[in-house]
Design a protein around this ligand. Structure first.
Ligand code: NAD
Length: 450
């Protein structure tokens, strides 16, 4: 769907005109095309710093080099940077937070458009003093705030909370956040732990080679984009959607070299039929993406019973039933990944969406509750919460609500289905083995529910 301001902002003359009348001039985001690169920061310059006494700086610095960046520890006069990366795992009290000011303040004007800021800190809940917990939580406030300052340039800032034994696991998440694959993920904290056993092999490219992924609701929108992205990473994608959309579904499946599974996820026999299909045709499944979802919006007083039931059963009931079958029968392979599509509506609630909000919030609780039991099989389960994404769903909104939704985020624009697909795909990779039980937003740092 076309975003008039974004298109106009691409032309310097029009950009100045838009600015002069006080309208936002969103930066066209640099996005990745295709699969992961071994050296995503090739040709880029990164400034690296660390607070004294931290435990993840060595890994972070090494990673910047391995990604192909020219790494500086001091900023030269008028030097400009693509990446600012800071290890704040050593920040343990209020005074230590000064290290953030000292590192970032002098170079805030030196970061390029569509740049990346990545900050690491320790786990607040695992500290032995309240001062250390407070300081580490303070790093999140700093990251979210700095993201709001740099967003107008298309630059993002994100945070990794790193467990004390998990420094080696930052590579996957850090590569994602530092690359153009994370263009619309902004102002987000992600936790990296050793809760889940790590796989033996971690490839940098073709990360899903030999893997089988099931994507529900794959005929169009975010599901189709996810099927394309996972296939580009080497996966065989089983694309599922309702039988009424079989033609579109077949086209999506054919385009990604995958297979089509026409089925309504709410059918009583769907869990058994899906399990049988995956077992018989593929010997199991490695990644399950619960993407199929619907809205039927009405204020609660006006909501018909059937719309409540329909949204609850597609967006939540079907997911629980399918997982019960796939996990119970061990159709999901060890080191598998499950990703559920939540929404910022599930975080903040939304007028006219009591049914939808209930389901999307339930999924946040579901992944958190399931993660513990699945950890010993090496399975990670997470949720992705999209904000305003340019799809059929948002195209149907009234003009003013749509414009508001687009602009009320740090990046001043809506995301693309591909942006959501990028986050889902990252969470499906072996490199995401440190990330489980979490809900990560892909919303350009939306103000809703922030
Ligand atoms: P979409 O309407 O474009 O696609 C959803 C797909 O799910 C459709 O192809 C549909 O046929 C399929 N589906 C619906 N019911 C089904 C059923 N019973 N069985 C099998 N398939 C079924 O939607 P989208 O915008 O791509 O959204 C995908 C997911 O992301 C949904 O869960 C949605 O709630 C979530 N989400 C979207 C946005 C957004 O801005 N688009 C924001 C937050 C969350």
């Amino acid at each position: 769907m076309s975003d008039f301001l974004l298109r106009m902002s691409e032309q310097p003359a029009a950009r100045n005109l838009i600015k002069s009348i006080g309208l936002p001039t969103p930066q066209v985001l640099t996005r990745a095309s295709g699969g992961y690169q071994a050296k995503p920061l090739s040709g880029k310059t990164a400034l690296f710093g660390a607070a004294a006494g931290g435990f993840a700086g060595k890994e972070l610095e090494k990673l910047l080099g391995a990604c192909g960046a020219t790494v500086r520890k001091e900023a030269g006069e008028e030097e400009r940077f693509d990446v600012l990366a800071f290890d704040a795992t050593g920040v343990r009290n209020a005074q230590d937070l000064r290290a953030l000011y000292d590192f970032f303040h002098p170079v805030m004007r030196s970061i390029k458009s569509c740049g990346r800021i990545l900050i690491l800190t320790g786990m607040p809940e695992a500290q032995d003093t309240a001062a250390a917990s407070a300081a580490m939580r303070g790093v999140e406030g700093f990251t979210r705030s700095i993201a709001k300052e740099v967003g107008k340039k298309g630059t993002t800032a994100n945070l990794l909370y790193v467990g004390s034994a998990a420094a080696e696991r930052i590579a996957g998440p850090a590569r994602f956040f530092l690359s153009p694959h994370s263009a619309f993920v902004d102002g987000q904290p992600m936790r990296v732990t050793t809760a889940v056993t790590a796989p033996d092999r971690l490839d940098l490219t073709n990360t899903l080679k030999g893997k089988v992924a099931l994507v529900t609701g794959a005929a169009r929108g975010i599901g189709a984009a996810t099927a394309r992205r996972m296939a580009a990473e080497g996966a065989h994608v089983v694309c599922l959607d309702i039988p009424a959309d079989e033609e579109t579904l077949n086209a999506t499946a054919a385009a990604v070299g995958g297979s089509a599974l026409p089925m309504d996820v709410t059918d009583a026999n769907a869990p058994g039929a899906i399990a049988k299909h995956l077992q018989q045709n593929h010997g199991g499944v490695d990644i399950v993406v619960h993407n199929a979802g619907v809205t039927r919006d009405k204020t609660l007083a006006n909501m018909k019973e059937q719309f409540w039931d329909m949204v609850l059963s597609i967006n939540l009931g079907a997911i629980l039933a399918i997982d019960e079958e796939l996990l119970g029968k061990k159709v999901i392979n060890d080191h598998g990944r499950v990703v559920c599509l939540s929404s910022i509506g599930g975080i903040a609630g939304n007028m006219g969406q009591t049914n939808y909000g209930a389901t999307k919030a339930a999924l946040i609780g579901y992944v958190a509750a399931q993660s513990g039991d699945l950890a010993e099989r090496g399975i990670c389960i997470n949720a992705v919460a999209p904000g305003f994404i340019e799809t059929r769903m948002t195209a149907e909104m009234p003009f003013m609500i749509r414009e508001g939704g687009r602009r009320m985020c740090s990046l001043s624009q809506g995301g693309q289905p591909e942006d959501v697909a990028e986050l889902i795909t990252f969470l499906g990779t072996p490199g995401a083995c440190g990330v489980t039980g979490q809900t990560i937003r892909v919303c350009g740092q939306s103000l809703i529910g922030a």
